[in-house]
Design a protein around this ligand. Structure first.
Ligand SMILES: [Zn+2]
Ligand SMILES: [Zn+2]
Length: 215
């Protein structure tokens, strides 16, 4: 699987272009805006876009989803249905964050924990990781040992939980109980900032590193 990161919007959100190397079919994850940049990368990669995937309903992750899906004539898959209220608030979110006006977004398929999504021959597992937002999901390629974690986890930090219906405890439990078991070797693309691995964060991230017990 080829992976291309395309930072978009004033928030430098990591939109990802994933391409199946066997079929050159692609998925675009979290197109928050700057569609011209995304479309240029699609052209350069010579891929044919098969679907748009969303981790959660924040405007910097999904403001471009409807327009991009319409442009390529493809469906939008994700997030989890608990994210409906955030998607319905997209127009208000764009006003609050000073981003271009955007309409609400209605996914063609809601995703649940344990679901899989496919493009070309690539399969991504869906992991429901509430906390930052209630319907946040993570996409995991078991074959590539790569996770796309949105705003759940960052290099050295974790997602904000000061939004309506955020929950700090849920977020910590999502990371510890659902991400760590995937393996220390798993590298991840966060919604913002540089990539890292679960092993690196388990050892160094002050918000979620393993407790050291005194003997
Ligand atoms: Zn977010
Ligand atoms: Zn974000």
């Amino acid at each position: 699987m080829q992976v291309k990161l395309i930072p978009v919007t004033a928030f430098m959100q990591n939109c990802s272009l994933l391409v199946c190397e066997k079929t050159m079919h692609a998925a675009i994850v979290d197109p928050g805006g700057d569609l011209d940049l995304i479309q240029t990368q699609v052209q350069k990669s010579d891929a044919s876009v098969e679907k748009v995937l969303l981790t959660h309903g924040h405007v910097d992750h999904c403001a471009g989803a409807s327009a991009l899906a319409a442009h390529y004539g493809v469906p939008i898959e994700g997030p989890h249905p608990d994210e409906k209220f955030w998607l319905s608030l997209l127009p208000q979110q764009s006003t609050v964050f000073g981003l271009p006006q955007v309409q609400t977004c209605a996914p063609d398929r809601w995703l649940y924990d344990g679901d899989t999504v496919q493009f070309g021959h690539e399969v991504l597992e869906v992991i429901h990781c509430p906390g930052h937002t209630p319907g946040h999901i993570v996409f995991f390629s078991r074959k590539s040992r790569l996770a796309l974690v949105g705003d759940v986890l960052f290099s050295g930090s974790i997602g904000r939980t000061d939004f309506p219906r955020s929950n700090h405890i849920d977020l910590i439990l999502s990371i510890r109980n659902k991400l760590w078991p995937l393996g220390d070797d798993v590298r991840f693309i966060p919604g913002h900032g540089p990539m890292s691995s679960f092993g690196e964060e388990r050892h160094t991230n002050p918000y979620v590193k393993n407790y050291v017990t005194a003997s």
